[in-house]
Design a protein around this ligand. Sequence first.
Ligand SMILES: [Zn+2]
Length: 131
Amino acid sequence: MKDIIVDDFQDTVNDVLFRHKSIVDVMTKLQESDARLNRAIAKAVTICGCIKINAQKQDFPEDMDLEQACQFTSSHIEGELCDDCKEVINQEMQNHLFYLAALCNLLDINLYDNMLEEYDKLNTLGTYNLL
Ligand SMILES: [Zn+2]
């Protein structure tokens, strides 16, 4: 069922993408959408203030195994997104997904198959995938 949704999404992106059909346009629009997504997150911190970023070095004993170490790591996010910021970030993520699907179309890559391959890799390798 989900594969049909992802495939339909990719097909729909292909149908509506006529203005930016060039790989150059899609590459730069994807990069732009990534920057806009990061900007939306930064604005949640610096303009709205619903979340804060409190980052420092992630310290844990070297003899600790990876699964234990994961329990000591932090997202460095304090607070929760307000509805307005969440809506803006959602929109920017959707825009980013649009251009990612567009890139897949131009390079003849199936987005669902790609996600499934990564999903399988994550399940097989687990936390060791992060090394
Ligand atoms: Zn906010």
